[in-house]
Ligand binder design. Structure first.
Ligand code: CTP
Length: 278
């Protein structure tokens, strides 16, 4: 419909009445309308409608009543107004976890660095760019959550100073001074399940085990980035999950969505063992 019709008081009163009777309303999308104008009134795309349906179907799932924070994507550290230091993370793994948790009834906060993925429906999305911004958003969200899953590829270094103007190439070679960013996972502790990721190019299990200890994690999801069809940008992943007992659980190559559900199975088990729901 046209924005004027959607926003009309009679329509809105009827929408409220329908909601009071238990109907779930998928609001119209905002964008270009048949009239040539711009506003609310577009028929939502199929992905959006499916997202709403999955959320409704999952409301009594095994994560109902659980608040969970998921981070995704690769942070971007600015060098000047044009350039950033980034990494190859697509955000697909984190988004798959957020959607899987939503479909199991959880209230999900997705803290995401820039990605090209569609915004998941029924999830609270917090957009950030830098490691510092992600740290702040995680600290705020985790205080009311039962689990933190850090699937984001957080930049380990940022420029020591950000140039206010675009750096010109005339000056020839450029040397950038980089300083470490805060380690978000290591620095945040509390009464929640803490899950990390480890993308490694060598000594996968040994490196991942060290991170479980160093970052005080309940478990880590490790993958070998040199492997085909796994990790950055792929729709599939082959991971090894390692808990505090150091026993690696090797999963076969599967869709990131299937990996997400295996991760959440562990979270649910750990929460049940702690008798903890928030
Ligand atoms: N992580 C984080 N803050 C950082 C860097 C990483 O919270 N500044 C998190 C990631 O989200 C991931 C886990 O820590 O869940 C491991 O990230 P990884 O980059 O593999 O580990 P690092 O500690 O950065 O170690 P290294 O790069 O030396 O392997």
């Amino acid at each position: 419909m046209h924005t004027g019709m959607w926003e009309n008081r009679i329509t809105q009163e009827n929408v409220i009445r329908l909601k009071e009777r238990g109907f779930y309303i998928i609001p119209p999308d905002t964008g270009r309308l048949a009239s040539g104008g711009y506003g609310a009134g577009r028929f939502p795309d199929t992905g959006t409608i499916l997202g709403h349906i999955k959320k409704i179907l999952g409301k009594d799932g095994d994560m109902a009543g659980i608040n969970i924070v998921v981070t995704a994507g690769g942070t971007q550290e600015p060098i000047d107004p044009v350039r950033v230091i980034g990494n190859r993370s697509s955000g697909k793994m984190g988004y798959a976890i957020a959607e899987a948790a939503r479909d199991r009834g959880a209230s999900v906060t997705l803290i995401t660095a820039p990605t090209s993925l569609p915004v998941p429906v029924g999830v609270e999305v917090v957009n950030v760019e830098t490691a510092d911004q992600m740290k702040e958003a995680v600290e705020k969200a985790v205080s009311r959550s039962s689990a933190l899953i850090m699937a984001a590829a957080v930049a380990d270094f940022r420029a020591a100073s950000i140039s206010a103007q675009k750096i010109k190439k005339e000056s020839g070679n450029l040397v950038l001074e980089l300083v470490p960013t805060p380690d978000i996972l290591s620095g945040i502790n509390g009464n929640f399940i803490k899950v990390g990721f480890a993308a490694e190019s060598q000594d996968l299990v040994a490196n991942a085990c060290r991170k479980v200890e160093r970052k005080k994690l309940d478990f880590i999801v490790a993958n070998d980035i040199t492997e085909k069809d796994s990790g950055f940008g792929a729709d599939t992943n082959r991971v090894i999950i390692i808990g505090q007992d150091g026993m690696p659980e090797e999963l076969p190559l599967m869709s990131k969505r299937a990996v997400a559900d295996r991760i959440l199975d562990r979270v649910v088990r750990l929460l049940a063992a702690k008798g903890n729901k928030k």
